[in-house]
Design a protein around this ligand. Sequence first.
Ligand SMILES: [Zn+2]
Length: 438
Amino acid sequence: MRIHNPRYERLDRDAVRTLQTERLGDVLAAAMATNPFYREHWRRAGADVSRVDSLEALAALVPTVEKADFLADQREHPPWGERLAHAVSLREPLQIYTTSGTSGQGVEVHAQTPRELASMIEMYGYMFRWAGLEPGDLALLTLPLTMLGGGRIEWEGAVGYGLTVLPAGSYDAARKLDLLRQFRPKALYGSTSYFGHLAAVADTQPPCDSIEVLLTGLEGVGFSYLENLAASWQAPVADRFGCTQLRSDFMFTCEHGIGSAARPGLLHNLDPFMITEVIDPETGRHVADGEFGELVVTSLYHLDNPVVRCRLRDGGIWHDAGYCPCGRPFGGVEVASVTRTDDVHKVKGVLVFPQAVDDLVFSFTEVDEYEVVLTSDARLADILTLRVMTHAAAPEGFPEAVAQALHRKIGIHGEVVVAADVPRSTYKARRWRDERER
Ligand SMILES: [Zn+2]
């Protein structure tokens, strides 16, 4: 086993909960003392956080917070909002990250102080160690360094752990492939779909034979996409999950990796640093092992910029710690089950999870890239068109075979079209276009 810190990784479950409860008390006290945004948010909801003495009480007594609350605060108190006022007043060098604004609601601003960054770097140590990387190893980062969290957070985490990192994100794919062949790094580090893009445009398979691990992340994909990546790079996948609101990744696969299609691996939540609830949004209750729910996260180390019960609008399948054969005391979310809850589309009355479509489409090894276009017919009934780009000329009967599988496995009828102009992602894949009339 690749143990990064036995002090935490060998705790029993009760000790983990005790540790979380203690740290939660510190976070809530700090937020009450220094953060007018949270103080007011809780006052309006009638929540007395001094009564929170357990993880159950946190879920029962404390209201969630989300994007719309952050944006309203920033509008009233530009540019930081009252939420970040304390951190700004400390006169320390801050890491500032914005969200991309692709939701159309606005751009969130998040910050972390040096001591928060130090804890974040500690968390990344688990990921790199579990993925088989040691300080001094070489990684090529495919993400550009911008105002976004994704990219700079990965950079800080890797440099803090002691990796040598090539910041290749701002170059085009051909230049990245040149850099891979010139420097022969051990790890490719970036966003999942971009690794597929690099493999698709490379003229050799694998594109670079020095790569020993693919550090995927930033987006949910189906299991078969991860399997195809591992095959085309001839390297195992180590996956991660995080979000800008937390300013870090905090769930990582262990040495068991992504597992198998029949039994996918576990993204272990780093419990000493983070509380991740997976709730049924209807009832607010934590879902049972094996059930899909929405992620609500609380940071246990952000004492200057608290994050308490932040609703991410991301969902995943929860598993208790015992699910993973490694025996670590950390539960988490099943590999390839994470999806934007807003991206779950209702098509012809059927709830369609993008991951399920992803998994099905990429199980056809002919497929290079695809997109789903939802439109309406004259009677406002839904039409689903699956536009598929193949590596080589599609074999006879290929569209029909995909359409049949779509109906058999997902339960929806759709038209499958082979196309040469399906857009490729360079950052996060956006494979669904909803152009239905409302
Ligand atoms: Zn494990």
